[in-house]
Design a protein around this ligand. Structure first.
Ligand SMILES: [Zn+2]
Length: 343
């Protein structure tokens, strides 16, 4: 038995040729939370043949209210979102070529991770990563679809480098940290990400079948049931798409990230030690060391540690990245990291 796309084939703007085209398409989805999980599912169900899924986080029970694909079993099994999503997508569409990468996209690895794909879909939850995506996509001429959602509304824009406006044309002045509302401060209506992700996924399908969306920002207030499209023109002085300066790819904005939706801070390890070869932590040895200080659990892809003297939790990945939960500031996170893991 295999998936049948009869109805989409009969939808004239896609048609049989468009459906065939989707089969050979290769798309990357960056971030697999509220938006990204829906984007991934829609791409797979629409018949996109190749998907690369990038996400740095683990499935948590509290994700299930706003995100697609995941189950309580994924959370209990400490599965990274990329791994869980790939598993569920293969159950939906066994012929799909799906690649799960558990990683934090940053200036050092972004070009490598986005190489060889036709379209990049934004499932991230922060502006810094979106500006990095914009840099990579404009530099390499990869079309991408920006999407964001918070509270009960969201927006999306298809960006075709040097043809349409880019994200820096839309936001020439980068918002300061703390300047934008987050899902933590204003919450998130459970249906909003599904609506915004469906619009963004449609932008992707149009790009893939050669029907480029216009240069406009599509804004939807899901709660009020109102949408509008605002034309966005390219700025002749845009730092990114006109002047070719890629500040975020060159390392601006590298720092700890306060994660959206909970009291959590992510710390990235310092840049790779000289000599290369990457940084791999010995999680087994570390687990042994930490056992006396609290509750330690090891999954295949991570280590979770709850110190008995703290109301906090540390999730560590083999590349040295850590997510510290129960902390609100970078300073608290660094201190907890230094206390138990060591710098
Ligand atoms: Zn631009």
């Amino acid at each position: 038995m295999s998936v049948v796309w009869d109805r989409q084939r009969r939808f004239a703007p896609i048609g049989p040729d468009g459906q065939e085209r989707l089969k050979t398409a290769h798309v990357v989805i960056v971030g697999l939370g509220a938006l990204g999980s829906v984007l991934a599912e829609r791409m797979a169900r629409a018949g996109v043949g190749g998907l690369r899924l990038l996400d740095r986080d683990v499935v948590e029970p509290e994700n299930l209210g706003t995100q697609a694909l995941y189950t309580l079993q994924d959370a209990e099994g400490l599965l990274p979102k990329a791994v869980a999503a790939a598993r569920h997508l293969r159950e939906i569409h066994p012929e799909i070529a799906v690649e799960a990468v558990v990683v934090d996209l940053n200036a050092e690895n972004a070009e490598e991770l986005l190489r060889g794909v036709e379209i990049v879909l934004d499932g991230t939850d922060n502006f810094e990563t979106r500006l990095l995506l914009n840099d990579v996509c404009v530099k390499h001429g990869i079309p991408w679809v920006y999407a964001s959602v918070v509270e009960g509304y969201g927006q999306t824009m298809a960006i075709v480098p040097r043809k349409t406006a880019c994200l820096r044309c839309l936001y020439p002045h980068v918002p300061k940290p703390g300047a934008l509302p987050t899902c933590e401060t204003v919450g998130l209506l459970a249906t909003a990400p599904a609506v915004v992700a469906a619009l963004a996924a449609t932008q992707a399908l149009r790009l893939l079948v050669g029907n480029e969306p216009p240069s406009e920002l599509v804004h939807w207030d899901v709660w009020e049931m109102r949408g509008r499209a605002v034309p966005v023109t390219r700025r002749p002085d845009c730092a990114t798409c006109a002047q070719g300066r890629f500040a975020f790819l060159e390392g601006e904005g590298q720092r700890a990230a306060v994660l959206c939706g909970r009291d959590a801070v992510q710390l990235r390890p310092p840049l790779e030690p000289r000599g290369g070869g990457g940084m791999r932590m010995d999680l087994a040895a570390l687990a042994e060391r930490l056992r006396a200080s609290g509750d330690v659990r090891r999954g295949d892809h991570l280590l979770r540690f709850r110190p008995s003297r703290e109301d906090a939790e540390i999730v560590l990945f083999p590349d040295g990245r850590a997510i510290l939960k129960g902390v609100r500031t970078e300073a608290e996170a660094r201190s907890l990291y230094a206390r138990y893991i060591g710098l």
